[in-house]
Design a protein around this ligand. Structure first.
Ligand code: GLU
Length: 414
């Protein structure tokens, strides 16, 4: 099943509980607008015409918001599903945004820095007529970062003839970015995971965790877990994984990936570590599992063998709908993506607020505010799951859908 099919199943499970009519479901599920653009560029010196996408899913609660990803698998249906997840994520955290998502179908591993800059500038130029600081606000996602945002802000500023800082979030701190934005997604994954462990009676200090993905999300999730006394026994990325029963030295590993080829963990060595595959990592006997890589990583086969007690979804859509049913049946607590990884867009919102107010908050102000919102939201979702006798995912969708339905009714759209 595709990500779009999976998101449909998750949406329907909540919509059924809320007894939402068919025409309203259609209004909520289908995107407001889909944009496809062509981008001339080169990939490893070879001239190419890339396809770029931006999906504006729903803006009943505020401007469209969501990242831009660069990956060879990017296509329209995937972007539609990811844009819908953004609508539910922003609504769940009660931040004043709707949902959007975009991306370019390209392979950044084959591209030089100059080629990436060329594509990034061309992409934002093509999107400019349809986005804006109070219209649609892109951000980083898979394979895009502060550098990409910096090129885009600059291009947009040149076109508009005025500062376009609040058009994009996830910018470098030296040019309007927020302290804590880099850490935010991973920190949210870690803090919700830790709170869920506590709720099921597991003391986080000394508990064990495995983290799939050691990029922008996974590395910071691992770092925070490590800092809070959780033993991170395994991490992995596309190059493979490492296991250490006494816990990996995460700060040391982060130092290594800061300068390693492609920022991969490949080639790292330390006493007591052994190599493991991504599949082995997902089925390790740990308390907490954080899939922070790509979608559809935990399928039915893996779900039957998962031994973690809690899963905190750092990636968007890492568990398929069929796998989700198996995990639920087996009593595994799954903190859904729209909650677990919402730290990123929450601090994007803080960044946007700071840009409009021309102020900057301290790192501690950002992280304390973020923690408060993430823990508060987890508590709300936990209560709804209890009262509705459903999974945390369905509970999260119920809360998120309700707010959007309210806004759609108030605006007369439904
Ligand atoms: N790409 C991130 C996400 O999937 C962050 C989006 C944003 O900051 O707008 O939530």
């Amino acid at each position: 099943m595709s990500l779009l099919d999976n998101v449909k199943v998750f949406f329907d499970q909540a919509a059924n509980k809320l007894s939402i009519d068919a025409h309203v479901r259609q209004m909520l599920e289908e995107p407001d607008r889909v944009i496809e653009v062509k981008i001339a560029g080169t990939e490893g010196g070879v001239p190419k015409v890339f396809k770029g996408y931006r999906v504006q899913h729903n803006n009943a609660r505020g401007p469209y918001k969501g990242g831009l990803r660069y990956h060879p698998t990017v296509e329209m249906d995937e972007v539609i599903a990811l844009a819908a997840l953004m609508t539910w994520k922003c609504s769940l955290l009660n931040i004043p945004y709707g949902g959007g998502k975009g991306g370019v179908s390209c392979d950044p591993t084959k591209m030089t820095k100059e080629e990436l800059e060329q594509v990034s500038r061309a992409f934002i130029r093509a999107l400019m007529p349809n986005i804006g600081p109070t219209v649609d606000i892109p951000a980083p996602d898979v394979n895009t970062d502060g550098q990409v945002m910096a090129w885009m802000v600059d291009e947009a500023t040149q076109i508009a003839g005025e500062s376009m800082l609040p058009l994009l979030t996830g910018k470098p701190v030296s040019m309007g970015g927020s302290l804590g934005r880099a850490e935010s997604t991973g920190y949210g994954v870690a803090i919700t995971g830790i709170e869920a462990l506590k709720k099921i009676g597991i003391e986080p200090k000394g508990a064990t965790a495995a983290v799939q993905g050691f990029g922008k999300v996974g590395s910071w999730a691992a770092e925070r877990l490590h800092k809070m006394g959780v033993k991170v026994v395994a991490v992995s990325d596309i190059s493979g994984g490492y296991y250490c029963k006494d816990g990996l030295d995460i700060p040391d590993l982060m130092k290594y990936t800061a300068t390693s080829k492609g920022h991969l963990i490949e080639g790292y060595s330390a006493p007591g570590i052994t190599k493991i595959t991504n599949e082995e990592l997902l089925t390790l006997d740990v308390d907490l599992l954080c899939p922070c890589a790509m979608e559809n990583q935990i399928d039915t086969e893996i779900a039957k063998r998962v031994r973690a007690k809690v899963i905190s979804e750092g990636a968007n859509g890492p568990v398929t709908a069929d796998a989700d049913a198996i995990l639920s049946e087996r009593g595994v607590v799954v903190i859904p993506d729209i909650l677990a990884n919402a730290g990123g867009v929450t601090v994007s919102y803080f960044e946007w607020v700071q840009n409009f107010q021309h102020i900057s908050w301290t790192f501690d102000e950002v992280i304390n505010k973020l923690d408060g919102m993430m823990i508060g939201c987890l508590n709300d979702v936990w209560e709804v799951a209890k009262s509705e006798k459903c999974s945390l995912r369905t509970a999260a969708f119920i809360l998120a859908i309700k707010r959007v339905v309210d806004a759609m009714k108030l605006t007369g759209r439904i």
